[in-house]
Design a binder for this molecule. Structure first.
Ligand code: AMP
Ligand code: ZN
Length: 485
């Protein structure tokens, strides 16, 4: 059974969804004012593992993601400029133009990293009516008030507002962003905006009519509403990066529970940040690494996924080029080892051995998605005494979750090696004048041809025949060499 660390209870818990066999999963999506950086994508890769592993485990998963295309101010504490507006000004385009462009870029990056597309993707600007309905109900129930033209959520009306208040000081330092100005309209310091009508910037491009005047929604309300619209009043699991825990997720819980009148989301999964030597990677600082940059530098995006999976999602991860180089080397070695597993003719899967290998993989991911142990499970497969067909079956099975292109890359590698060997054999081969050596060389070539034609019996016969004459063959990537015993 899957055990997951739940940031709300601060405990590792058995994962038991509200409805047996079904999982409703919500993921905070990107704010599409710029490219996603590889830090954001770390979070999406780890969430993808959860999504895929739940499906692997037999759950019927429905996953929803919002696209933040309005209302996310440059400070999470309702101050600063709208990030979308900032992006549009920077690029001299409309908000909707940059939203579309960066949404497309985001999903193109996800595809390169083998991140599955959520079942529902909903831009905030498509749900304004929904937000207005929920905000009106919150006012009606006494959880929200109007002040200075804006609508605020009244946190003093809750029994408990702070939910994720037990992170380490390091986590809180990233969670609570600097620059939160006091807003004189708020009754309580923790109150937050549900609907803005009096924005600080007159030129807000996107505005909608509402019972409280023309304006636009706050950031937090979108995730509560989009989640409830598609997943109902009971959410099984909500995910995001650690900086989302406070105030964003805390506010989502406040609004949603006030609205539905009961507990809303059961499990909270937060992914720790990707940092560089100089600190947290941040989109708003404008200096960040993208998947395109990795590609320009010659890195395979799948290796970045491999790099992320090598460490646990609840630990922050330091990115450096050296670390990515190490991951590249490790990945190539792994692929070469998989490529070396040659399937023999008429070989079949050894069912019991396959089950035992799978059990290690399942145990690793059941253990709070321990992806580095899941990768170790691949090496265990390679070390095992199972036949190559069984090993390949296990690796194919694991890769439905890990999505590291393992067999495809290994087959491409093997093909490349064969081509290289054939090229070496074709171009370099000049037979010896010595008739005895020439006979050995011809036999070696006949064996290579037999292997190429998958006639392994013939290849083995030639090897045995030479061995009987005291000639030992050694296969190398550049062809076969021989020596006398
Ligand atoms: P944003 O596009 O800023 O709304 O962020 C998209 C996702 O990336 C959110 O789940 C954030 O919590 C997450 N995130 C932001 N910065 C990082 C980082 N440096 N490392 C990992 N995840 C991050
Ligand atoms: Zn969200």
């Amino acid at each position: 059974m899957l055990k997951l660390y739940n940031s709300a209870s601060r405990k590792r818990e058995d994962f038991v969804p509200h409805e047996p066999g079904k999982v409703s999963m919500y993921t905070c999506g990107p704010t599409v004012y710029h490219f996603a950086h590889i830090g954001n994508l770390r979070t999406y890769i780890m969430e993808d593992i959860l999504d895929r592993y739940l499906r692997y485990s037999g759950y019927d998963v429905k996953r929803v993601m919002n696209i933040t295309d309005v209302g996310h101010l440059s400070s999470d504490g309702d101050t600063g400029e709208d990030k979308m507006l900032k992006g549009a000004k920077r690029e001299k385009k409309t908000v909707m133009e940059i939203a579309q462009y960066y949404t497309d870029c985001f999903f193109a990056d996800c595809e390169k990293l083998h991140i599955r597309r959520p079942d529902v993707i909903e831009p905030a600007t498509q749900c304004i009516d929904e937000f207005i309905k929920v905000i009106a109900a919150l006012i009606e129930k006494g959880f929200a008030y109007e002040a200075g033209g804006n609508i605020y959520f009244d946190t003093s009306k809750l029994k408990q507002y702070y939910i994720f208040n037990d992170f380490s000081s390091e986590d809180l330092a990233v969670g609570v962003r600097e620059g939160v100005e006091e807003d004189g309209n708020k009754k309580n310091k923790a109150d937050f905006v549900l609907w803005f009508t009096k924005s600080k910037f007159e030129d807000q491009e996107l505005k909608w009519d509402s019972p409280w005047g023309v304006g636009y929604p706050g950031w937090h309300i979108e995730c509560s509403c989009i989640s409830m619209k598609h997943l109902g009043e009971y959410l099984d699991i909500h995910c995001g990066g650690i900086d989302n825990a406070f105030p964003h997720h805390t506010n989502e819980i406040a609004q949603s529970e006030a609205y539905v009148g009961h507990a809303w989301c059961k499990y909270w999964m937060h992914v720790l940040h990707l940092n560089t030597d100089s600190g947290k990677m941040s989109k708003s600082k404008g200096e960040f690494l993208t998947v395109s940059l990795l590609e320009e530098k010659g890195y395979n995006p799948v290796v970045y996924r491999f790099f992320c999976l090598q460490s646990h999602y609840r630990r922050s991860l330091v990115f450096s080029w050296e670390n990515l180089d190490n991951a590249t080397v490790a990945y190539r070695k792994l692929i070469a080892r998989i490529a070396a597993q040659k399937v023999k003719e008429n070989e079949t899967v050894e069912a019991e051995k396959l089950e035992a290998l799978k059990a290690k993989f399942v145990a690793a991911l059941d253990n709070d998605l321990n992806t580095s142990l899941a990768i170790t499970a691949i090496y265990d497969v390679l070390k095992s005494d199972a036949n190559a067909t069984t090993k390949r079956a296990a690796i194919a099975d694991f890769d439905t979750v890990l999505c590291l292109d393992l067999l495809r890359a290994a087959d491409a590698y093997a093909e490349e090696e064969t081509k290289k060997a054939a090229a070496a054999a074709n171009t370099v081969r000049v037979y010896s004048d010595d008739p005895e050596i020439r006979a050995i060389e011809e036999a070696i070539d006949a064996r290579a041809a037999a292997k190429k034609a998958k006639n392994y019996a013939e290849a083995d016969r030639i090897r045995a025949e030479l061995l009987a004459k005291g000639i030992v063959l050694t296969d190398t990537p550049n062809g076969t060499t021989f020596e006398r015993k």
